[in-house]
Design a protein around this ligand. Structure first.
Ligand code: 5RP
Length: 274
């Protein structure tokens, strides 16, 4: 792996733990103005100091993230279907690697839809993106999408999708936590990060999900709704950091969450005086 590629990866995955807390705010690309992400900039600003990487589209990056920010960017470069369609798998690459390079991103991300009508197309999209990423020194994160078919969130299906993505050349794979997750990890030769999925019933449930994933071998999380749809997004992100980077137990992470909730909220970094 060339220096540029390794450098970009080491900016996203903290060398001290080997893990990453990625904040996902890319939902609008097919879901529109998702709840609590309507004003993306307002959602992102207070969370930015606590994210190891920010996952989003170029539209939200250019409009809603200050260019002075040093947080590594994972740029979503696939799209082309919305929640109005039954089949979400009909995606293409929507952003050229040259634009990703211009935006100085640390990685590009694209969905693969194994088992969906456009499986072939999404895997070919991945293979072309890996070729472009290798040429530019930009790592590729494959997102193993389960779309509306949540019943496919089982270890056998996810292991297949993750392994296929890694075989095609993805440098990092995002998937979902599931029963038997360690089997998904064992079968995937590149680092895995887990999404949170729709908002769970409690913050604790999301901390349990993250803890289970890290304990079974994930290299981090790429989580959205369970952070910014929480009533306490910054405390949640800090509690998740304790799990991902410091191997905190769920109990310890809940203590971080409760302690942070009790502190007065910090001023919004982008609007407060220096
Ligand atoms: C949207 C995505 C999200 O980035 C991914 O699902 C993580 O977000 P969440 O934790 O809310 O599921 O890929 O298409």
């Amino acid at each position: 792996m060339d220096w540029g590629m390794r450098n970009r990866l080491s900016r996203m995955f903290r060398p001290s733990s080997g893990n990453s807390v990625m904040l996902a705010v890319d939902h609008g690309y097919f879901m529109g103005p998702t709840r609590r992400l309507e004003d993306a900039g307002a959602t992102i600003r207070p969370l930015l100091p606590y994210a190891d990487a920010l996952a989003l589209t170029r539209g939200v990056l250019r409009t809603s993230v200050p260019p002075e920010a040093s947080t590594p960017i994972v740029l979503r470069v696939s799209g082309g279907a919305t929640v109005l369609q039954e089949d979400l798998s009909n995606e293409a690459v929507t952003t050229a690697i040259a634009d990703a390079a211009r935006l100085n991103v640390s990685a590009v991300a694209l969905s693969v839809f194994v088992g969906a009508p456009h499986e072939h197309q999404s895997l070919v999209n991945l293979s072309k993106l890996v070729d472009d990423g290798e040429a530019a020194g930009i790592p590729v994160l494959a997102i193993t999408a389960v779309g509306k078919e949540l019943e496919k969130r089982d270890a056998r299906y996810l292991a297949l999708a993750c392994r296929v993505s890694a075989e095609i050349g993805a440098h990092v794979v995002k998937t979902y936590y599931c029963d038997g997750f360690s089997k998904v990890v064992e079968g995937c030769p590149v680092p895995l990060v887990v999404a949170g999925g729709p908002k769970l019933d409690s913050d604790r449930a999301a901390l349990e999900l993250a803890h289970g994933a890290i304990a079974e071998g994930a290299h981090g999380i790429d989580m959205g709704r369970n952070i910014w749809q929480s009533d306490h997004p910054v405390p949640m992100l800090k509690a998740l950091r304790a799990i991902v980077h410091e191997k905190a137990t769920v109990r310890e992470a809940v203590d971080v969450l409760e302690g942070e909730k009790a502190r007065p909220a910090a001023p919004d970094p982008a609007v407060s005086p220096a």
